[in-house]
Design a protein around this ligand. Structure first.
Ligand code: ZN
Length: 267
């Protein structure tokens, strides 16, 4: 496994203090970007994708610390696994390269946590999409960080006894027709925050509900202790939720993966 930092080496004016970027910060950022140019993935944004076991990574981190007032705070990590690691893994994190945007913003789909009115509540009601959103997709990610599957796949998952999965209808935005199903875990996983050192993103002082920073904020991949293996089914979701939209991470078994591959699903 190789871990990469995804970061824009481009200082910005501090919106709180409205202070201009000092010349020295601009110069240092320019110098650092030139040093890291070999990792550049977007010239305009000065965006780099660099392995974290390098001196360049250490230099970027010290730039961020030294110029924290102007340096971007958006620090994201990605992990790339080789073929052997992928083959040997018993469980994988579900991700999709296809994306659809259901109707309604997050503010309408999610309840407030309590009378403190904080937007860290649960999903209320069902998602709606346009008639042709699913097209020929069998499984897709969504802008709300939930996953939808086609009606055909739902039937097959049921007949193949994929465990711990439940299906919520996704409706046509114009009528009551069911166009797809949202997949969720029946039973959630044991708490993982402590093992993953997840940082609280927002919390409600009144009811104690917490949401965490997303997983890409940490320099390590998702950690599940060995002793939790007994709790894992074919389809699993974290108990903890992340950011305002209370997304979860979905962990799938080899059976689920093979099943999707058998159906010709590439993403
Ligand atoms: Zn609350």
């Amino acid at each position: 496994m190789i871990t990469y930092l995804r970061y824009a080496i481009s200082p910005t004016k501090n919106p709180r203090t409205n202070k201009e970027i000092p010349e020295i910060v601009k110069r240092e950022a320019e110098k650092l970007f030139n040093q890291c140019r070999k990792y550049c993935i977007n010239e305009k944004l000065k965006l780099v994708l660099m392995p974290i076991d390098t001196k360049d990574y250490k230099d970027v981190m010290s730039y961020i610390n030294q110029y924290s007032e102007w340096a971007s705070g958006l620090i994201m990590y990605e992990h790339k696994f080789n073929k052997k690691e992928m083959e040997e893994a018993k469980f994988l994190l579900l991700k999709s390269t296809s994306l659809i945007c259901p109707e309604k913003g997050t503010s309408q789909m999610f309840s407030r946590c309590c009378d403190s009115n904080k937007l860290i509540g649960n999903q209320e009601g069902f998602f709606k999409i346009r008639k042709n959103d699913m097209e020929k997709k069998m499984i897709t990610g969504t802008s709300a960080y939930r996953y939808f599957i086609s009606k055909e796949i739902k039937e097959k998952l049921i007949s193949d006894n994929i465990s711990n999965i439940k299906f919520l209808p996704v409706y046509n935005m114009n009528n009551d027709e069911v166009l797809a199903y949202q997949i969720e875990a029946k039973k959630l996983m044991p708490l993982l925050a402590e093992y993953n050192k997840w940082r609280v993103y927002k919390g409600c002082l009144k009811c104690g509900k917490l949401v965490y920073n997303p997983i890409q904020d940490y320099a390590h991949p998702l950690i599940i202790p060995k002793e939790f293996k007994a709790y894992l089914s074919d389809f699993n979701a974290t108990f903890e939720v992340f950011t305002e939209i209370c997304s979860r991470y979905y962990i799938i078994s080899k059976k689920f993966i093979h099943y999707c591959l058998k159906q010709g699903q590439k993403n």
